[in-house]
Design a protein around this ligand. Structure first.
Ligand SMILES: Nc1ncnc2c1ncn2[C@@H]1O[C@H](COP(=O)(O)OP(=O)(O)OP(=O)(O)O)[C@@H](O)[C@H]1O
Ligand SMILES: O=P(O)(O)OC[C@H]1O[C@H](OP(=O)(O)OP(=O)(O)O)[C@H](O)[C@@H]1O
Ligand SMILES: O=C(O)c1cccnc1
Length: 493
């Protein structure tokens, strides 16, 4: 079964990546070795956790990263302000021969991640590492956002199945396809999106629409005809006219189906007071001998409404969630960024660690080449340390909140740990086989199960301790002071 994204051209980028690429190349800087890291600064939806997603899609795109003849021919038509060609013919020739040679490290999909942790780290020729910025951000930002939204919705559903119904109101065809993938990693059990089923192997499920009922003069006849044609897939949408009358008609057809040797799967509610109607529908179904018939609910659901319906005692077994899941709705982007953190001449031993200053402490970048170490004590997560791969991190350490250095946590030497970033490309060659999507989904679920309830609540969640390992923090402070006085020229001491 194919599991890859349709091939994407490397022209799916911002023009400035290509103009900078030409400038790097022409000025002889393109072969400098660079490190860029992708991270986000705040959890989406004011939450306490984020679910990493999109790595396999990114890897599939990077594996076939090329500029074909038509791409290069198109670039040759672009002009600058003076009407002259923007790109030199000899630079365009280098694009024709483009082959990825970078090393890329990344955090596997389904891992729970926190602000400032690098999700993707790219090491390689400056010109290449720069060119990858837009596609990395485009893929990882969106899928991570939607996987996180799905995880929140599934937490609200308390283990009951959530089906993703979002394609029709998603952000375009690719938004819909990527969202179905990410929603599955985040915990949904199925999608209505048939192409996502084919491409990603996600289970596909569905009921029927109001138009089916409206195309008949009579609701009972609509249900009966549906049952005759699809006796093994009967979830009747009961709210076209009068919801509880609709349930009674579904029950009548359910009896007929049973006589034919089939069982009605359930009903779907799509309007009105879903708590009241589901409770009443449950009573009717149970009294009529259909205790196993499911009640599916849909209609602008999200984690807040599902939470509220649960508190009201709604008898809903399956949640169909579309728009607010696949669009992220209350937060349209993760806001992840990709920053240059180290640079050196080709073949040189020493890196120049790069820093971006800002008036806002949260936006001062952290120089270095980072790995994330997740510590546990007796199986319980205690903290994450962002550390420089060239530091000699022993057992245990002190992590410091870069935004409030008075917040420090000492990790005891007996803590066990796991480093989160794994090598995924070496010299442009894939060295990591992404697990099947089910395994990434399982990773998300088991990681979420290990998080404390305080991190998973929707209102004022706890903040998981993540900090810079002490020597990285000290180095950052030193480079900030140095950069303030020396225009950003910094060399690792
Ligand atoms: N008991 C409930 N508690 C909280 N929210 C609910 C409850 N029942 C339904 N909702 C939500 O309230 C919103 C009601 O939507 P809306 O105003 O469109 O009403 P409607 O009855 O669905 O009308 P329509 O027939 O136009 O779809 C939806 O987001 C729905 O999920
Ligand atoms: O509300 P969402 O979370 O986005 O879930 C998907 C919605 O899409 C359908 O409605 P639509 O009005 O498009 O079609 P219908 O006539 O079949 O109800 C479905 O009935 C849900 O209400
Ligand atoms: O199958 C369904 O019930 C469905 C599919 C897409 C959108 N809304 C509902």
């Amino acid at each position: 079964m194919p599991t890859t994204q349709p091939m994407l051209s490397l022209l799916l980028t911002d023009l400035y990546q290509l103009t900078m690429a030409q400038a790097y190349w022409k000025s002889g800087r393109g072969e400098k070795e660079a490190v860029f890291q992708m991270f986000f600064r705040r959890h989406p939806f004011d939450g306490g956790f984020t679910v990493a997603c999109g790595l396999q899609t990114l890897m599939d795109v990077l594996t076939q990263a090329r500029f074909d003849d038509s791409d290069v021919d198109y670039l040759a038509t672009l002009t600058g302000q003076d009407g002259q060609a923007l790109f030199d013919a000899d630079f365009l020739a280098t694009l024709r021969d483009f082959r990825l040679t970078c090393d890329i490290d990344a955090i596997p999909e389904g891992t729970i991640v926190f602000p400032f942790e690098p999700l993707v780290r790219v090491t390689g020729p400056l010109v290449q590492a720069q060119l990858l910025e837009t596609i990395i951000l485009n893929i990882i930002n969106f899928q991570t956002l939607i996987a996180t939204k799905a995880a929140r919705i599934c937490i609200a559903a308390q283990g009951e199945p959530v089906i993703e119904f979002g394609l029709r109101r998603a952000q375009g065809p690719d938004g819909g396809l990527s969202a179905s993938r990410a929603a599955y990693v985040g915990g949904c059990v199925a999608t209505s999106n048939v192409l996502a089923g084919k491409v990603y192997g996600i289970p596909v499920r569905g009921t029927h629409a109001h138009s089916w009922v409206m195309s008949f003069d009579d609701e009972r006849e609509a249900f009966r005809t549906y049952a005759e044609t699809l006796p093994n897939n009967c979830v009747f949408l009961v709210d076209t006219y009068d919801t509880l009358e609709g349930v009674r008609r579904a029950i009548e057809v359910g009896h007929w189906l049973r006589e034919q040797g089939h069982e009605m799967v359930g009903i779907r509610l799509d309007s009105g007071d879903l708590a009241y109607l589901s409770i009443e529908a449950r009573k009717l179904l149970d009294a009529a001998g259909f205790p196993d018939a499911m009640i599916v609910a849909s209609n602008d659901l999200d984690e807040t409404i599902i939470n509220s319906l649960k508190q009201q005692g709604a008898c809903i077994n399956v949640w169909g969630v579309g728009t607010k899941l696949v669009t992220g709705y209350d937060q349209p982007t993760l806001g992840g960024v990709y920053k240059l953190t180290a640079l050196r001449d080709r073949g040189a031993d020493d890196w120049r660690y790069c820093i971006k200053l800002s008036e806002q402490a949260v936006k001062i970048s952290t120089p270095g080449i980072h790995q994330v170490r997740r510590y546990s004590v007796d199986g319980e997560l205690v903290a994450d340390a962002i550390y420089d791969v060239r530091s000699n991190l022993g057992s245990g350490c002190v992590v410091i909140d870069p935004l409030d250095p008075t917040r420090r946590k000492r990790i005891p030497p007996e803590a066990t740990y796991e480093d989160l970033l794994v090598p995924v490309f070496r010299q442009g060659v894939r060295v990591y086989e992404p697990p099947p999507l089910d395994a990434s989904r399982h990773r998300a679920q088991s990681s979420l199960a290990r998080l404390s309830p305080g991190l998973k609540r929707f209102v004022n969640p706890h903040i998981y301790p993540v900090g810079l390992e002490q020597s990285l923090y000290d180095l950052k402070m030193q480079l900030v002071l140095q950069a303030r006085g020396s225009n950003g020229q910094t060399t690792r001491p």
